[in-house]
Write a protein that binds this ligand. Structure first.
Ligand code: F3S
Length: 397
């Protein structure tokens, strides 16, 4: 790999131990993926923040890096294992809370903004078209590459931290134009509306891509999509298909930049959507938990929830998972009061997947296909997908 003088100095330890370790991680990665050089990144988002993922070994690595490491670029965190202000109300045990805060403190010491969210693009860690970043959360990686047209690979925890401490990343993968071309033409022949339906579509396309051994779909037939629908789609297609980039005709900014693929193609009709939705509803389901906000809810979704919950009473555990800055807007506008008066709880900084709640509930209802996947796989819940309105109906009945 070609390194410039600054990068060589980092590698030789002239900027301290944490920067040296970071440059070692990045050059090793660059060599594995045959990157020719390093590029500067505008911002970083770090995943693997929950103490449940980090454990003592991860925490030790962070503490060591925090001895002399300081971030060079704007950096935020993925959701942690708990709401940092409201963990008792959500039933998180004290020992976990203490350890989670030790991890967050280590990140803070390095100058990382300790906003824990999987939607950094909604709360100010937002790149523009064509800019290079190093993000780790799969749904956010897919959103930034596809919807914004920024450029990032899906980083692991250590490589994202290394990018934050150096402001660099190896130039390979989705940073290069040659790797951003659509590979499969997907024609959607049915109307798709709502976060749940876009999640179902993401699962359908993701499953098919795995079957075909392809990664980048070029999707036609979607006349319009909201930010919330696209974030749900991104989370789902990344979960089920490992997709970090898609093009959507008339919607994403690079859709007409590269040749449209036509050698591999498939169609999606109403029946396909219905049968995929059925796969996201378990038999013998008893719902005792409803959660909205995977990926983290936007203020728009919170406003919708407030309208649906006004004057009602939820009979089941109900979480609204969001970024703390979004929660602050909800506090100021009065949405929080309406939602909490109905008995629902805010879970900022965390979500129903990364919180340590395995086995605590029997069945979860969500509007997110990604949450269905991890609700089953990680937390051993039975699952049901539905629209945001259906989730509220279930909670109050
Ligand atoms: Fe975000 Fe948690 Fe879903 S990290 S994408 S809310 S699983």
């Amino acid at each position: 790999m070609r390194l410039n003088q600054e990068e060589k100095d980092m590698l030789e330890g002239k900027f301290g131990k944490a920067t040296q370790k970071s440059m070692e991680i990045l050059t090793t990665l660059g060599e594995i993926f045959e990157a020719e050089n390093m590029i500067e990144v505008l911002g970083v988002q770090i995943a693997g923040v929950s103490y449940a993922n980090l454990g003592e070994a991860g925490l030790e690595f962070l503490t060591e890096m925090a001895e002399d490491g300081k971030v060079k670029v704007l950096t935020t965190l993925n959701p942690a294992g708990m709401d940092r202000e409201n963990w008792q109300v959500l039933g998180i045990d004290e020992e976990f809370a203490i350890n989670q805060n030790r991890a967050i403190d280590a990140f803070a010491k390095m100058g990382i903004i300790t906003t824990c969210s999987c939607t950094p693009y909604l709360i100010g860690n937002a790149p523009h078209y064509g800019q290079h970043i190093a993000w780790a959360e799969s749904s956010a990686v897919c959103y930034s590459n596809s919807v914004i047209g920024a450029r990032t690979n899906r980083e692991g925890g250590p490589s994202a931290l290394a990018a934050a401490l150096t402001g660099k990343t190896p130039n390979y993968g989705y940073h290069l134009e040659k790797n951003r071309h659509g590979q499969v033409l997907v024609s959607v022949k049915a109307p798709v509306k709502g976060t749940d339906e876009f999640g179902v579509l993401g699962k359908l396309i993701g499953d098919k891509l795995v079957e075909l051994g392809k990664k980048i779909p070029y999707i036609t037939g979607i006349p319009s999509a909201t930010v919330e629908e696209l974030k749900s789609f991104c989370a789902s297609v990344a979960t089920y298909g490992g997709t970090a980039l898609f093009h959507m005709e008339g919607i994403t900014p690079e859709y007409n930049k590269y040749p449209t693929p036509d050698d591999v193609k498939f169609e999606i009709n109403q029946k396909d959507l219905e049968s995929t939705r059925a796969e996201l509803i378990d038999d013998g389901l008893e719902i005792d938990f409803v959660s909205i906000g995977c990926p983290h809810a936007s203020i728009h979704e919170i406003a919708t929830l407030a309208k649906l919950l006004e004057g009602k009473n939820v009979k089941k555990e109900f979480w609204v998972t969001t970024a703390r800055p979004t929660k602050k807007i909800a506090d100021e506008t009065g949405y929080t009061k309406i939602i909490e008066d109905a008995g629902a709880k805010f879970a900022a900084d965390t979500c129903c997947v990364v919180a340590p709640i395995k086995g605590r509930f029997k069945g979860i209802m969500v509007d997110s296909a990604k949450a269905c996947y991890y609700g089953r796989a990680k937390n051993k819940f039975k699952v049901k997908i539905g629209s945001i309105e259906q989730c509220v109906e279930e909670a109050i009945k």
